[in-house]
Design a protein around this ligand. Structure first.
Ligand SMILES: *[C@@H]1O[C@H](CO)[C@@H](O)[C@H](O)[C@H]1NC(C)=O
Ligand SMILES: *[C@@H]1O[C@H](CO)[C@@H](O)[C@H](O)[C@H]1NC(C)=O
Ligand SMILES: *[C@@H]1O[C@H](CO)[C@@H](O)[C@H](O)[C@H]1NC(C)=O
Ligand SMILES: *[C@@H]1O[C@H](CO)[C@@H](O)[C@H](O)[C@H]1NC(C)=O
Ligand SMILES: *[C@@H]1O[C@H](CO)[C@@H](O)[C@H](O)[C@H]1NC(C)=O
Length: 426
């Protein structure tokens, strides 16, 4: 009788033995293996078996999801291979920008409604971001709400992040009937609800992410800022259960001095306060945030983003303008593609270090460079003022121009287009 495997030697080769053993083990522990292989948290407590989320099943049925995209929650498609959506140029587009009118969105706080406060030009609303390597998917509000059904999208950070939150609400609210939406504020948390979708889009005020003496959402104009760099739970307990989180923190760290770090309690008397180089304190805070994400966000069902620093345009010298000027009166973007103003490169380095050295899937929204070009997009003097202006200020408008915040509609809608691209087309 002929042997079924003519080349097979009599003794069972050891490599075959090893292979069958491995196959046997994979068979036995198959579920754990697939989970470990797909888990970015190698060896952490997240190596549990997760049922495939309902939405992903749905999308697979609709043929929207390819096999290899399965690991990324919320993905419905893919950005062109090798395209960095953050590298590109601003294109003036009267037809498709802005995506909504200022007066159409009742949620914009009066600090950002520039037209209502007399801004004479509107060109800043008409710039569209064009990446060099691909076309951005166009923002689809209905699709976004469908994907957020039964979910919670949360922005956490400072007033710049609040601007992005409001922009997101403005981009979405038009497709929701009047009686099916609400906006409510509970201390540090502001919640926009799309009732028919059982979805919320929220903003949580935490300008340093970690605990600080500037945590009051309304009264936080504090000259001597103090942080508890390792302490996040005071805020983070409100973030639990969020499905998409977008963090930011930067401007509040830039006091020009060392950071004051509190050990122990704010109630202690005397307080134990030491000073720390800003970059080191920032690193501690980002590291603490990352630890929280690792522990509380499930990478199979949730997504986490970090928006890099929002640039300021306080000195027109930086772009070759008037030596005494700032963003006031600026109406066009900077054309020089290499332009980088005063935004701290060392803080950017910290972001790169912290998020680069981990397997935790935190997606960077690297909006710094593209926003650097937009010296025209700040609110300038066209916003509600906190306190009455003095005659001296009125005589010299640039003295009170706000060159940190951005008019809406405007630049921050682009940040959300990029968030949209990274969320649904990773
Ligand atoms: C937006 O998404 C919805 C839901 O997926 C879809 O029905 C609609 O055709 C999309 N709109 C555009 C303009 O692509
Ligand atoms: C609404 O969504 C929340 C999660 O955000 C969920 O706990 C709740 O069961 C949902 N309610 C309905 C009626 O679907
Ligand atoms: C303050 O905190 C530092 C760092 O934890 C500690 O080394 C120091 O002993 C503390 N000082 C006081 C007075 O408690
Ligand atoms: C701002 O622009 C207006 C109109 O072009 C001009 O009259 C004014 O002098 C400018 N102000 C400054 C401070 O550049
Ligand atoms: C963000 O992009 C800028 C240039 O566009 C780059 O210099 C920087 O390293 C990037 N930041 C990170 C953390 O990757």
């Amino acid at each position: 009788m002929k042997a079924p495997f003519p080349h097979r030697k009599r003794s069972f080769p050891s490599y075959l033995f090893t292979i069958s053993f491995v196959i046997f083990v994979i068979f036995l522990y198959g579920e754990d293996f697939t989970c470990i292989l797909s888990s970015p948290f190698l060896g952490s407590q997240h190596a549990e078996v997760h049922p495939r989320p309902r939405q992903q099943q749905l999308r697979q049925k609709q043929g929207l999801l390819r096999e290899k995209d399965e690991a990324v929650a919320f993905a419905v498609g893919k950005t062109a291979e090798g395209c960095d959506v953050f590298e590109g140029e601003w294109v003036y587009d009267e037809v498709s920008r802005p995506q909504y009118a200022e007066e159409e969105c009742p949620y914009i706080q009066p600090q950002l409604t520039c037209q209502a406060h007399g801004r004479p030009d509107a060109g800043y609303q008409h710039w569209r971001w064009q990446p060099h390597g691909c076309i951005l998917p166009s923002f689809n509000a209905t699709l976004t709400l469908e994907m957020l059904r039964g979910k919670r999208m949360l922005f956490v950070g400072d007033s710049l992040n609040r601007g992005q939150f409001v922009s997101m609400v403005c981009l979405l609210h038009r497709v929701i009937p009047e009686n099916a939406k609400s906006m409510e504020t509970f201390d540090s948390l502001t919640v926009f609800t799309a009732k028919d979708y059982n979805a919320t889009i929220e903003f949580y005020w935490a300008p340093f992410l970690v605990e600080s003496n500037s945590d009051n959402a309304v009264v936080h104009r504090i000259t001597e800022r103090i942080v508890r760099a390792g302490s996040i739970m005071k805020h983070a307990r409100y973030w639990k259960g969020a499905d998409i989180v977008v963090f930011n923190t930067y401007l509040w760290w830039m006091t020009g001095q060392k950071m004051k770090i509190l050990r122990g309690s704010f109630d202690a008397d005397p307080k134990n306060i030491t000073e720390m180089v800003t970059e080191d304190a920032y690193r501690l805070a980002l590291g603490r945030m990352m630890k929280w994400v690792e522990k509380h966000m499930d990478p199979h069902t949730a997504r986490v983003f970090f928006a890099t620093m929002s640039p300021s345009h306080e000195s027109s010298k930086e772009w070759g303008g008037d030596p005494d000027g700032n963003c006031y009166n600026e109406t066009t973007p900077i054309k020089d593609p290499t332009y980088w103003g005063s935004t701290s490169k060392s803080m950017m380095q910290v972001i790169g270090d912290v998020f680069g050295a981990t397997k935790v899937p935190i997606t960077l929204l690297n909006i710094t460079q593209l926003s650097e070009y937009r010296k025209d997009a700040h609110t300038q003097i066209y916003k509600k003022q906190w306190s009455p202006l003095t005659p001296e200020q009125l005589a010299n408008p640039r003295s009170y121009a706000d060159c940190n915040h951005w008019c809406l509609p405007g630049l921050q809608d682009t940040w959300n287009e990029l968030l949209y691209a990274k969320l649904f087309f990773p």
